[in-house]
Design a protein around this ligand. Structure first.
Ligand SMILES: [Ca+2]
Ligand SMILES: [Ca+2]
Length: 137
């Protein structure tokens, strides 16, 4: 029950977030990734021929452990993978478990000091006119 309440509060948060980047050319590349912070996220529409890339930047002196979450629209299956870019130039790749159409794909990640975690969201061949949600907590 407690978990349910937490999720509701997250969705309440997402309702107020404008989908300003639901357009071609926004958040499409690593260099133009949309910043996310723990406890926040976005609800937006994925369009054809593009990806949406989010980034969590750990500019603290300590490692942080967070959970990334992608909730697909009810009628399609979207996926994402994680790339953690470390200060020394190495990259760690992670693949969240795929829970299918309308599913919630979550993964716990640890991001070291000075590292950036990128989340690359894409469709699996079918697009929805409904929004997906992505957040980190
Ligand atoms: Ca995009
Ligand atoms: Ca999925």
């Amino acid at each position: 029950m407690k978990k349910f309440i937490v999720l509701l509060s997250i969705f309440g948060l997402l309702v107020g977030v404008p989908s300003a980047y639901a357009q071609y050319g926004y958040g499409d590349t690593i260099s133009t990734a949309v910043a996310v912070t723990p406890g926040s996220g976005y609800g937006t529409i994925l369009q054809g021929g593009e990806a949406d890339i989010f980034v969590l930047n750990n500019n603290t002196a300590q490692s942080i452990t967070k959970t990334a979450n992608l909730l697909s629209p009810a009628d399609v299956n979207y996926n994402y993978w994680v790339e953690i870019h470390n200060p020394g130039g190495s990259v760690t790749y992670l693949n969240p478990w795929d829970n299918g159409i309308g599913g919630l794909d979550s993964i716990q990640i640890t991001v070291g000091p000075g590292s950036k975690a990128y989340f690359i969201v894409s469709d699996t061949g079918t697009l929805s006119s409904a929004s997906y949600s992505f957040w980190v907590n």
